[in-house]
Design a protein around this ligand. Structure first.
Ligand SMILES: NC(=O)C1=CN([C@@H]2O[C@H](COP(=O)(O)OP(=O)(O)OC[C@H]3O[C@@H](n4cnc5c(N)ncnc54)[C@H](OP(=O)(O)O)[C@@H]3O)[C@@H](O)[C@H]2O)[C@H](O)CC1
Ligand SMILES: [K+]
Length: 494
């Protein structure tokens, strides 16, 4: 399935390169700015027809330029406006200077602005070019506007949100609406940026798609366009062995539930067969709870080695509730010629010696998927986690490259990254998905996809998406059992 234009995610650096390419191909950059500013003005009139006054705050770069175009357009439409500038407008350059000149009035200084009820603020202070914490003068005004609870329409990004990482640099607006151009930036989707954008609109300012596509790297929003082509292998009408055999390792007798949640999710997600591998001490408690999921005694590494002679067991989930770190390490290394989802304790087990795991899965097709949340990620990749210059997308890609694994870096803004540099940001998870057993369910869904022969990146991305859908369907207050029951067929078959 070709990538849907709306699924593009373009970093601010890529956007600058796209702007340069557009200029080189003869596209007038001032026309782009004019389209951008007019789109903002139109959105402002549409969202807030009752506004007593539009207050446009203009910064020192092209984001400010968009603001002057918006101000001129709103003036022409006859609504009251006030324009306040950060820095001396005489120092504006290029298109922004021209936009200011064409507006043709005198802006007041930003420090003069006193928020008033009835004002609707158009934030054109900083956009893609924000490179450091917002200056104090801007921070004071942002806080005053928040205090007055005025609606804010952000141009491109809420000022203070880093478009590359979604992090707040100093202080940020919490916009009610954001109008961005051509495509979303990572900061619109990564946290906390996503929550600060309000309702997001993407406006086409006229850069041809062929120019966009050349510069877009492998980052997009997670969705069926990424993996539906690989979902055909998951035809539910196929024979059960063809639909793959997934094995999930159980924890000890007092911690068996997590693995059973994974196993049930794997079955619901379409694996033909699912076996729970349990040490003898936990066999009875598992037997008492299982019906469709099969049970096999795997007491130790020797028993696992014998079982691995059966090549039909095509994928494994190791970690949920597993508990025994030494055995987890041993099993994970033994499984290195199979597809493995390593979750929870399976990840923590390699704290201190991650290289042994990474080496075991190096070479050949990517077959390891790791599903860390923040804490687990820091255990395996402490230096990557501690590097403040990296966005969550950068961190996930760096970890994937180092570990030769697909990384599912969990959170409200789960990022799926492949060792080859592709990455996707997931957006369909409702907040209530963060519940006990949710991660176990996700591991089982991904395991089912791997068992059926989906490539690791697609298996993981599809798993995260189906998990989010199931969460939305099960609704607020869901339990992990509800979640497994709510897993829907893959879109290729719906
Ligand atoms: N293709 C498009 O999407 C188009 C988008 N447009 C708009 O252009 C901006 C990006 O414009 P740019 O000039 O690159 O960046 P900004 O306006 O966001 O900010 C750059 C200026 O701000 C200064 N700066 C940056 N951070 C700070 C800070 N913390 N404190 C003070 N000053 C700061 C920066 O100065 P430097 O010293 O860092 O050089 C710049 O002066 C995009 O967001 C859209 O709104 C185009 O209109 C059309 C094409
Ligand atoms: K802005």
């Amino acid at each position: 399935m070709p990538m849907d234009r709306d699924a593009f995610i373009i970093t601010p650096a890529e956007m600058s390169a796209i702007d340069r390419d557009a200029a080189l191909s003869g596209i007038d950059s001032f026309r782009l700015m004019t389209s951008a500013g007019m789109a903002v003005a139109a959105a402002a009139l549409r969202f807030y027809p009752e506004a007593l006054r539009f207050v446009i705050l203009c910064g020192p770069g092209n984001n400010g330029g968009d603001g002057y175009v918006a101000a001129a357009t709103l003036c022409r439409s006859g609504v009251p406006t006030g324009v306040y500038a950060l820095g001396d407008p005489a120092r504006l350059k290029g298109d922004a200077a021209r936009a200011h000149a064409e507006w043709g009035r005198t802006a007041e200084s930003l420090a003069q602005y006193r928020p008033k009820p009835g004002d609707v603020v158009i934030d054109a202070l900083f956009g893609a070019g924000l490179s450091r914490p917002v200056p104090d003068e801007a921070a004071v005004v942002i806080r005053a506007i928040k205090h007055e609870d005025l609606p804010v329409i952000a141009v491109d990004l809420p000022s203070g949100v880093d478009g590359r990482s979604g992090q707040v640099l100093g202080e940020s607006f919490h916009a009610s609406h954001t109008v961005t151009f051509m495509a979303r930036k990572p900061g619109h989707l990564l946290m906390p940026g996503r929550t600060l954008c309000g309702r997001l609109e993407i406006f086409d300012i006229g850069i041809p798609e062929r120019i966009l596509r050349i510069r877009t790297a492998g980052l997009c929003e997670n969705g069926p366009h990424l993996w539906a082509g690989h979902a055909r292998a998951l035809d539910p009408s196929a024979h059960k062995f063809k639909r793959g055999h997934l094995a999930v390792f159980s924890g000890g007798p007092l911690a068996t539930g997590a693995a059973r949640l994974s196993a049930m999710a794997g079955l619901k997600a379409g694996a033909g067969l699912v076996t729970l591998a349990s040490a003898s001490a936990a066999l009875n408690v598992n037997a008492a709870h299982l019906t469709a999921v099969m049970l096999k005694e795997v007491e130790d590494a020797g028993a696992l080695a014998l079982w691995l002679a059966d090549k039909r067991v095509s994928a494994f989930v190791l970690g949920p509730g597993f508990g025994d770190m030494e055995t987890a390490r041993r099993y994970a290394l033994m499984l290195s010629d199979r597809a493995l989802v390593l979750d929870a304790d399976g990840i923590t087990a390699f704290k201190g010696d991650p290289a042994s795991l990474f080496d075991a899965y190096a070479g050949g097709e990517t077959r390891l998927v790791m599903t860390p949340h923040d804490g687990e990620f820091a255990r395996l990749f402490p230096d990557i986690e501690a590097d403040p210059s990296l966005s969550k997308v950068d961190r996930a890609i760096a970890a994937a490259r180092r570990s030769h694994a697909v990384i599912v870096y969990k959170g409200a803004d789960t990022v799926i990254a492949s060792p080859d540099g592709r990455a996707a940001i997931n957006t369909n998870a409702p907040p209530w998905l963060a519940t006990a057993g949710s991660g176990d369910t996700l591991a089982g869904i991904i395991g089912a996809h791997l068992a059926q022969g989906m490539p690791a990146f697609e298996a993981a991305a599809a798993g995260v998406w189906r998990h989010g859908r199931a969460g939305a369907k099960a609704g607020e207050g869901l339990t992990a059992e509800d979640l497994a029951a709510a897993i829907e067929p893959l879109p290729a078959f719906s």
